[in-house]
Write a protein that binds this ligand. Structure first.
Ligand SMILES: Nc1nc2c(ncn2[C@@H]2O[C@H](COP(=O)(O)OP(=O)(O)OP(=O)(O)O)[C@@H](O)[C@H]2O)c(=O)[nH]1
Ligand SMILES: *[C@@H]1O[C@H](CO)[C@@H](O)[C@H](O)[C@H]1NC(C)=O
Ligand SMILES: [Mg+2]
Length: 460
């Protein structure tokens, strides 16, 4: 009796142990599925749209990075350049071909017993890479990414997608900016992934910090208050420096002074379609200065007095306001109030000389001195968007329907099946945000009298 009870107990314990092991392995393999957690958080954030977190004046909105501008002295700009030749050129322009082909053909030199693949020899690999490169001259352009060392793996995902969908044919430079020194891991990993030259810059303290006209106590109280009201990034100092830097300084970094065009890339983005033409050249040839893929309503709590500041600027500098501007995109009452529409600035292809123009610098300085980057939490998305809408004629702003893009929690998937198939897109058209009530893109179409793309009704 005692023997069989013990026997039963052993079986029971063994069974329980097996069940426990099964659940542990099942849950850990699930959490290893790449992207699974991202999908969850995106879904949650989309759901969150409906509740108070994202409620704006007329609807919900999402955050984005943004910032403001302060004119910076020439010398502080110069001291920003932290581009030692060694760090600048991690990879000479041609070397990636040879390293790629040697990595792809490890069997070429040894006598393996398996039959060789005639298409993957080192010469073949090199040729196919070379012929993949788009012919013709390149624009004076670069990718630009603001990032911390800890962002290395998330920015790597973005780089991989940009390279696969576009840059493997163009090899444009990539400038990385950081308020701290980039470490060796960051430089070697990003350098290995890019097909163009990589350059790493450190941001000058004067461009990343509190300007002297900001009352620190007042700013601290605001952060406390926003923290209590659970406003996203409301208590963050670094987020505010980031927004102000993106609004007013990135285009004046000494490394960026060497270029005319930029394409901003953030960590963890996705590109879903091939981009088979030079987008920078497109901008230049069509006289575009600013572009977007997603637009939406800003979270009101972060910008209560932004529009007052903009109105102050318009009064002070009427000469900077473009005649055929896009005020209709920003305001439903001729400029009295702001409807919170903005272009989402985590994606931007734009002209750096425009951002460096007197008009933009006067605009940034005016906003910066009103203090809202610190006394509120102004984002660079509304700051850039309002500038583009007011300082540029409306035909200089471009909507890239064909660039399919994701940044948590929103997706732009091109409207029109023909486009999606031609460009080998892998986004689900159901995820497209454009014709959702929280998007401002329809408003952009109407303002510019553009015919809505075929099939848009099905996505509403
Ligand atoms: N060097 C540096 N980069 C930063 C800092 N904070 C943010 N960034 C970068 O600035 C950009 C915008 O920051 P995000 O945290 O993505 O802001 P967001 O897009 O509004 O919010 P998320 O939904 O979290 O992506 C990203 O490229 C970040 O890597 C910082 O303190 N230092
Ligand atoms: C690229 O643009 C920058 C900024 O406009 C300019 O200073 C620089 O000379 C240009 N480089 C070339 C090669 O044209
Ligand atoms: Mg981001």
């Amino acid at each position: 009796m005692a023997g069989s009870t013990r026997y039963m107990r052993y079986i029971l314990i063994a069974f329980v142990a097996l069940v426990v092991i099964f659940f542990i392995s099942a849950s850990s393999s699930e959490s290893r599925v790449p992207g699974a957690d991202r999908v969850h958080s995106a879904t949650e954030m989309l759901k969150g749209q409906g509740n108070s977190l994202w409620k704006g004046a007329s609807s919900s909105s999402a955050t984005s990075s943004d910032a403001g501008t302060v004119p910076a002295g020439k010398d502080s700009l110069a001291s920003d350049a932290k581009s030692s030749p060694a760090a600048d050129a991690v990879k000479p322009a041609a070397s990636h071909h040879s390293s790629a082909s040697s990595a792809a053909a490890p069997h070429a030199s040894d006598h393996s017993t398996t039959s060789p693949n005639p298409y993957s020899g080192s010469l073949g690999g090199q040729n196919s890479l070379t012929s993949d490169t788009a012919p013709g001259p390149r624009m004076n352009a670069t990718f630009v990414t603001l990032a911390r060392n800890s962002d290395v793996w998330e920015i790597s995902r973005s780089i991989r997608q940009v390279e696969d969908r576009f840059n493997h044919r163009y090899h444009y430079d990539w400038v990385f900016l950081n308020d701290a020194d980039f470490d060796e891991t960051f430089k070697s990993v990003t350098g290995a992934l890019t097909s163009g030259r990589t350059r790493y810059g450190k941001i000058d303290k004067e461009h990343w910090g509190f300007p002297e006209f900001i009352d620190q106590d007042k700013a601290a109280k605001v952060r406390e208050d926003m923290h209590e009201r659970k406003i996203i990034y409301g208590d963050s100092i670094s987020y505010r420096h980031m927004c102000r830097y993106e609004s007013g300084f990135f285009f004046r970094h000494p490394l960026m002074m060497e270029y005319e065009w930029y394409w901003r890339v953030e960590p963890s983005i996705e590109l879903f379609c091939d981009i088979n033409y030079d987008t920078f050249q497109f901008m230049a040839e069509n006289n575009k200065k600013y572009s977007f893929v997603l637009s939406l309503y800003e979270y009101f709590e972060t910008i209560p007095t932004l529009w007052d500041s903009v109105k102050g600027f318009m009064k002070e500098h009427p000469e900077h306001i473009a005649k055929d501007n896009s005020m209709g995109f920003l305001s439903d009452d001729g400029g009295m109030t702001y409807n919170h529409c903005h272009f989402w600035s985590n994606f931007e292809i734009g002209n750096l000389d425009w951002l460096r123009s007197d008009a933009y610098i006067d605009y940034f300085n005016h906003l910066d001195h009103d203090g809202g980057f610190f006394y509120e939490r102004w984002g660079d998305a509304p700051v850039h968007s309002i500038a583009a809408a007011l300082l540029l004629p409306k035909d200089q702003i471009h909507f890239f329907n064909d660039i399919a893009y994701y940044h948590v929690p929103f997706t732009h998937c091109p409207t029109g099946e023909k486009t999606r198939l031609e460009l080998r897109c892998h986004c689900n058209p159901k995820d497209n945000f454009d014709w959702n009530g929280y998007s401002c893109t329809k408003r952009f179409y109407e303002l510019n009298k553009m015919p809505l793309p075929e099939g848009y009704e099905k996505e509403q």
